[in-house]
Design a protein around this ligand. Structure first.
Ligand SMILES: CC(C)(COP(=O)(O)OP(=O)(O)OC[C@H]1O[C@@H](n2cnc3c(N)ncnc32)[C@H](O)[C@@H]1OP(=O)(O)O)[C@@H](O)C(=O)NCCC(=O)NCCS
Length: 189
């Protein structure tokens, strides 16, 4: 995986070396309000991250994560993820969170757009999906701004704090830009 740079952000791949930093971000209690995050200690988490595939390349499956660094801020301000469930899967799923004090500045939107671009460039995926609970209006806004469209409610589609919850599914198809226009795209690389 490579470091992705955007106008204001640096997306650093999560590795065994920086997994502790990501683990610390994941401990922020309000990140768990709308999503289930791994409840493991730092050593277990480091092992989980170390066992993930290190290259984002066609035909690969697994979970890929990036720490989000904002220019001028030393510590990570959030994370973004991409999950491809099976090798032959035509869809990937994205996730993201931003620490409270950095919210409302377009950071999640900028990070999601970067992960979308990277995923379609590196993997032969037909579509990307994301799920969020209906009341997570900020997250829904991020997805809409990043060119995803809602495609229905998945009953009990996720667990939050150990309880099954309904989620709104969002999708962004390959070859469609963030404003919904069809665009020319290379197959994948
Ligand atoms: C969802 C989250 C990642 C958004 O991060 P962010 O960096 O603040 O997102 P952005 O600034 O790119 O965009 C947020 C948008 O939501 C809007 N928004 C924020 N709170 C809102 C609310 N309560 N109601 C409606 N819109 C809201 C903002 O105005 C902004 O829209 P705009 O750009 O059109 O003004 C962040 O709130 C978070 O980490 N939440 C906790 C974890 C989480 O829910 N992760 C996603 C799980 S699906």
């Amino acid at each position: 995986m490579r470091t992705i740079r955007t106008e204001r952000l640096r997306l650093e791949p999560a590795t065994a070396e920086n997994a502790d930093l990501l683990w610390r971000v994941l401990q922020e209690p309000d990140l768990r309000e709308y999503q289930d995050l791994p409840d493991v200690d730092v050593a277990q988490f480091r092992r989980m991250v170390a066992a993930r595939p290190s290259e984002l390349q066609s035909g690969i499956s697994g979970r890929f994560e990036w720490l989000l660094y904002l220019e001028g801020v030393h510590a990570p301000v959030g994370w973004a993820s991409l999950r491809v469930a099976e090798r032959a899967s035509s869809a990937g799923e994205i996730g993201y969170s931003v620490l409270r004090e950095y919210r409302g500045r377009g950071i999640a939107t900028e990070a999601v757009l970067a992960v979308v671009e990277e995923a379609f460039a590196k993997l032969a995926l037909r579509r990307l999906r994301a799920y969020c609970v209906p009341e997570n209006l900020a997250s829904r806004r991020v997805l809409e701004a990043a060119g995803f469209r809602a495609d229905g409610v998945l009953p009990h589609g996720a667990t939050v704090r150990g309880r099954p919850v309904d989620v709104v599914g969002y999708v962004r198809e390959r070859g469609v830009d963030s404003s919904g226009q069809t665009i020319e795209m290379p197959a994948s690389g």
